[in-house]
Ligand binder design. Structure first.
Ligand code: BGC
Length: 730
């Protein structure tokens, strides 16, 4: 070895020792900070850090630093955003990590642009059809794991706006029309997501029920309806999960933009509900500095337009008290501690692809709703069926997914353009061929109606995969299947009545052909393993158990609003909003309490498929209802599997409140998913907390039980409730 080489080697060894000593010292020092003591509560830890922070450091926690992959929303530090939608720098000198936020509605967003992999779960609406808090927990766990694997420590998923307007392009991101079902499921999802040490988020708070003019619309709703419907879903979700963040929505509610709405953010969320986390604005949803900060917005995303230098100046000018800044910063810090992102720093890893696909499949199997099954055509008997026609656009290669910021990118794809229709490589044709290897399975795209009908005619069974794509940023003009698919289904069914329709939809659709087909499966946006799950149901490997979380109306004419109200001009994008100080048009939610099935019930409008409906390959009987009132009301009854297959029944309990309460005819108050072998009976107990039986009283601004007679009903859907008993509450 020559001398120069020895010297260089010595230098490098010394440098690496020195660097590791510095790193170790920094690390040790971090561990020595009093707020690193895990035995202290998140509040205590946050308070200790806050005391050490300068105004600049506090302000840093209150805004984003741009959005990766967005042309308009760039800032000097956006390159550190790890490819995500939002980035908050943290306080390095005090050991407080940055917050790396990613959208993750049904899986982690932007995998293609970031060169990563994400599992697509079934859409949120689809998964709500499982009515299963455990499945919701698995959903959240998987997303939490994949977020961390990709280097994120905060999710922007957790949509729970109840469906007032089924043409809303984001209906697939939400969990249906009932606040108790939606809140329970989103709460369980977020709880388990956060258990993976990511900051959870529930959104879009509140009454963000249409995409048309979403940045300028004013949702007008009375206080009682607001609390009993839209807000109740958030309240339940927040009570279950304690999410680290609530995302305020783009729209205004009763005059004030949601992200500067003191009533929503401070009076209700922080004071009444005692929400301890932080409020993050929807992207570009902040409209002011003083008003928004005073109203309770804590973190502006994705820029620092209002909560950066302007906020600092306002503090220095005495326009914003330091206590207000402290409250904002304390909330961000608290969520960092409560979620564990301080104690469990991010280490990127390889996602468990196989494990994720398995979960996506099993959740989809629990989410597929069997809507029609004439003459028990399903399940198909693979030893008997000789020929099958698979018909539908792309049914040979993939299944459609939901767009917008929820979009998950399929493996093998490049980053899709905004509003592109994205198909996942899960092929119905291949899945059916694998399931029925001895049958002759042929494909037709359905472009030519006569050709599709001819193939159906020459086959034992025809299965049509029909789709309806929806996305953030648009509402549907109608609930009809697009692209002539109604005509396709009618033509195929006329050629072969043994026609089964699998609906890949993001919301409800009308079915003018319903009497002509033998079978209908609602498979939603079915996720990465959708085709296998559908094949498992078609061939009886899985007995369907899911029930609709949303009513399918007979026609758009039956909806509370016959059309979606449009903005006065062409509509503004989020980037325009900084100059908008007031909403430009109103939508009156004057159907009030009557959302979803409550509307059709009250208005006595017949529906295509009711809320809570779903068939099985077996049948169930209900008997023996008993109601006991106490702190919680307890409803007990027996469910029996009266058919020949094992199955799971989602047994539902509804309550009709006393006439004086002025409520729609009934509301869902609980349910239980019961696993039953053929002939087996089980006693089911459903506990109903008092708030689920209460009304929101506008005079006292609180919940109250109305004295009188309550009727409890149990059964298999909102329209099939064979058990009934009334009890008096004084
Ligand atoms: C959406 C949010 C999303 C955010 C960040 C907004 O356009 O409304 O749901 O989390 O963008 O991508």
């Amino acid at each position: 070895m020559n001398n120069r080489f020895c010297n260089r080697l010595a230098f490098l060894v010394c440098l690496s020792v020195c660097l590791s000593t510095v790193a170790l010292a920094e690390n040790n020092q971090k561990q020595d900070f009093p707020w690193m003591n895990k035995n202290l509560s998140p509040d205590e830890r946050a308070e200790l850090v806050l005391k050490q922070m300068t105004l600049d450091e506090k302000i840093e926690l209150l805004h984003g630093n741009g959005m990766a992959h967005s042309e308009n929303w760039q800032m000097p530090l956006t390159y550190l955003a790890n490819g995500g939608a939002g980035y908050v720098v943290g306080v390095k000198r005090l050991g407080i990590p940055p917050i790396w936020m990613s959208d993750a509605a049904y899986g982690v967003r932007m995998s293609a642009a970031n060169g990563r992999y994400s599992t697509a779960l079934p859409s949120n609406l689809g998964s709500a059809a499982s009515w299963d808090p455990q499945a919701a927990c698995e959903y959240g766990t998987l997303i939490g794991r994949e977020l961390r694997a990709q280097g994120y420590n905060m999710t922007l998923g957790g949509g729970t706006n109840i469906t007032r307007e089924p043409r809303n392009g984001r209906t697939f991101e939400y969990m249906g029309e009932d606040p108790i079902l939606s809140g329970t499921l989103v709460g369980n999802r977020i709880k388990c997501e956060q258990a993976q040490h990511v900051i959870g988020d529930i959104k879009h708070y509140a009454v963000n029920d249409q995409e048309s003019g979403r940045n300028e619309v004013n949702s007008i709703i009375n206080e009682r309806a607001l609390h009993e419907t839209d807000l109740l879903a958030f309240k339940i979700g927040i009570d279950i999960a304690n999410p680290g963040a609530v995302m305020c929505s783009y729209n205004a509610v009763n005059g004030d933009f949601a992200c500067e709405n003191k009533y929503l953010l401070t009076d209700v969320l922080k004071q009444n509900w005692k929400f301890a986390g932080f409020v993050v604005s929807d992207w570009g949803g902040t409209h002011s500095t003083l008003k928004a900060s005073a109203a309770g917005l804590d973190n502006e995303e994705p820029l620092d337009h209002f909560f950066g230098p302007r906020l600092k100046k306002a503090v220095e000018a005495g326009q914003v008290p330091m206590s207000q800044i402290d409250d904002h910063a304390r909330r961000v810090l608290r969520s960092e501690f409560a979620s564990g992102i301080v104690d469990y720093p991010i280490k990127k890893s390889v996602a468990d692809v196989e494990g994720g696909l398995e979960i996506a499949r099993t959740i989809e199997e629990q989410s597929i709703v069997l809507l029609k099954n004439s003459n028990n055509l399903l399940p198909l008997d693979r030893s008997k069926v000789r020929s099958i026609a698979i018909i539908g656009h792309n049914a040979d290669t993939g299944m459609i997914s939901g767009g917008g910021s929820a979009q998950v990118d399929p493996p093998g794809s490049t980053a899709p353009a905004w509003l592109a229709h994205v198909w996942f490589p899960t092929s119905p044709l291949k899945a059916v061929r694998a399931m029925a290897p001895s049958a002759n399975v042929k494909f037709d795209s359905g472009t030519n109606l006569a050709a599709a009908a001819a193939l159906a005619k020459s086959s034992d069974v025809a299965i049509i995969f029909a789709h309806q794509w929806i996305s953030e940023g648009m509402d549907l003009p109608s609930l009809s299947l697009p692209d002539n698919q109604d005509a396709l289904i009618a033509a195929v069914a006329a050629a072969n009545p043994k026609t089964i329709v699998a609906l890949e939809t993001g919301t409800v659709v009308t079915m003018p052909w319903i009497d002509k087909v033998s079978g209908v499966l609602e498979v939603w946006f079915a996720g990465s393993k959708g085709a296998d799950a559908v094949a498992n149901v078609l061939f009886g490997e899985v007995n369907p158990s899911a029930k609709l979380p949303i009513t399918f109306p007979l026609s758009e004419k039956d909806l509370p609003h016959t059309t979606v109200t449009q903005p006065p001009t062409k509509g503004r994008g989020p980037e325009d909003e900084s100059v908008l100080t007031a909403p430009t048009f109103d939508v009156h939610y004057d159907e009030g309490l009557k959302v979803g099935y409550k509307w059709y019930d009250a208005e006595k409008k017949p529906v295509l498929f009711p809320f809570g409906f779903g068939l099985s390959y077996t049948s169930y009987g209900y008997s023996n209802l008993k109601v006991a009132s106490g702190e919680d009301t307890t409803v007990t009854f027996t469910v029996k599997n009266t058919g020949g297959r094992a199955g799971q029944e989602i047994a539902q309990v509804y309550a009709a409140l006393p006439a004086d309460a002025g409520e729609p005819p009934k509301r869902l108050v609980g349910w239980s998913k019961v696993q039953l072998n053929p002939g087996e009976s089980k006693d089911v107990t459903v506990s109903i907390p008092a708030i689920y039986l209460s009304i929101y009283d506008e005079r006292s601004h609180g919940w109250k039980l109305v004295p009188g007679s309550y009727t409890f009903m149990a059964g298999g859907s909102a329209s099939d409730l064979p058990l009934k008993q009334s009890v008096s509450v004084n």
